[in-house]
Design a protein around this ligand. Structure first.
Ligand SMILES: NC(=O)c1ccc[n+]([C@@H]2O[C@H](COP(=O)([O-])OP(=O)(O)OC[C@H]3O[C@@H](n4cnc5c(N)ncnc54)[C@H](O)[C@@H]3O)[C@@H](O)[C@H]2O)c1
Length: 338
């Protein structure tokens, strides 16, 4: 083994000793816990509501079983579950070096959870939120020690996706942000450090610009929901696991984008209203696949199959993504050198 590999292994072993708390064990809390267990960490998983206790273990076990079946690990779920403490007692968070809050998107609920976390953890522990959209600068104002507070924005299912945004708020200590960024590689992520807080962070800003335009096209009769989705899947969906938007423009010719922008930007939708199409669905109780009522019509069987198909796909796309990391070309060049 080379000295550099030995150093990497030693670093991994050091990382694995860090005990991590996850508070709130809904959809994301369970997959984040799974990711951290697979990375070798002891995990203290705190049920923010009693109902979390009913489902969390079976959800995490199912993720671990599927990870074994898909070759993400050679170990059985029991191996990892020994490292998991599932509890309603915040007191077990005391030894944690990092606690990740993963409760519903509500400032008051998150604030009360931070009080409970901070009453337990040591002064040097880090605290983070998986919020999708609440600015980190606002969330950290609800804590006693804002400088140790960060956004850790995961993508579901967190144990298969390579995505993780680490967001610094106005009062976050940048050195601690760098530390989280380094740590995230050890969790199997290709992380992004957002050095200055901005609403929606990176991917939500990009995605919501696309959602707005998609609604505009459908509501104004240019294309159907199915057609917009098909175009999306087969154009950006085709290349985005390999490259991001900037590398894509490099690959396909920067000059033509420059030309198109001049004509197209003034024509794009810039409305600030919530589109009627989604408003009507939400007001009628539609949630999407979870209650078989969304932009498409589903039978109960179809809705369930979409959920299963997404799960299956997330393991497949992970395998492909691992073959094409961000530095794929640099790696090829290193291999070719004698
Ligand atoms: N679902 C996603 O794809 C996704 C992606 C990125 C970020 N997020 C963010 O992650 C967080 C959790 O989302 P989720 O999808 O896991 O939600 P979820 O509905 O599956 O789970 C929410 C959890 O919040 C807690 N909770 C609910 N009501 C509470 C209350 N009154 N008091 C205390 N705790 C309460 C419970 O632990 C519950 O399990 C949110 O901030 C969400 O915006 C979600």
């Amino acid at each position: 083994m080379k000295a550099s590999e030995r150093a990497e292994n030693a670093k991994d072993k050091e990382q694995e000793k860090i005990i991590i708390g996850v508070v709130g064990l809904g959809l994301m809390g369970c997959s984040i816990s799974t990711c951290l267990l697979l990375a070798g960490h002891p995990v203290i998983a705190v049920a923010a509501l009693p109902v979390d206790m009913e489902f969390a273990e079976s959800r995490i076990r199912a993720h671990l079983s599927k990870s074994l079946e898909e070759g993400m690990t050679g170990e059985r779920p029991e191996y990892y579950l020994e490292n998991l403490r599932l509890t309603e007692d915040y007191g077990f968070l005391k030894p944690c070096g990092l606690v990740i809050e993963c409760t519903m998107e509500n400032l008051e609920i998150k604030k009360s959870v931070y009080q409970r976390i901070e009453s337990q953890v040591s002064a040097d522990a880090l605290v983070a939120s998986n919020t999708s959209a609440i600015p980190i600068s606002i969330l950290q104002q609800q804590t006693k020690c804002p400088e140790r507070f960060f956004g850790l924005h995961w993508a579901e299912p967190s144990h298969t996706t390579r995505f993780l945004e680490i967001i610094c708020g106005e009062s976050s200590d940048p050195a601690k942000g760098e530390y989280l960024y380094e740590t995230a590689w050890h969790w199997g992520k290709e992380p992004t450090l957002v050095r200055k807080d901005i609403r929606g962070f990176i991917t939500n800003r990009l995605m919501y610009a696309m959602y707005r335009e998609a609604f505009y096209l459908v509501e104004n009769g240019y294309a159907s929901v199915e057609d917009v989705d098909r175009a999306c899947r087969n154009n950006p969906g085709y290349w985005m696991t390999l490259v991001g938007v900037f590398r894509w423009m490099d690959l396909t010719g920067v000059q033509s984008y420059h030309t198109v922008m001049k004509d197209l930007f003034p024509d794009l939708n810039s409305s600030t209203a919530v589109p009627k199409l989604i408003d009507d669905i939400v007001k009628a109780g539609g949630k999407g696949v979870s209650n078989a009522h969304g932009f498409y019509h589903y039978t109960a069987e179809e809705a369930k199959l979409w959920e299963e198909t997404f799960k299956e796909f997330s393991y497949e796309i992970r395998k492909l993504a691992l073959k094409y990391p961000a530095d794929v070309v640099k790696k090829k060049l290193r291999k070719e050198k004698p």
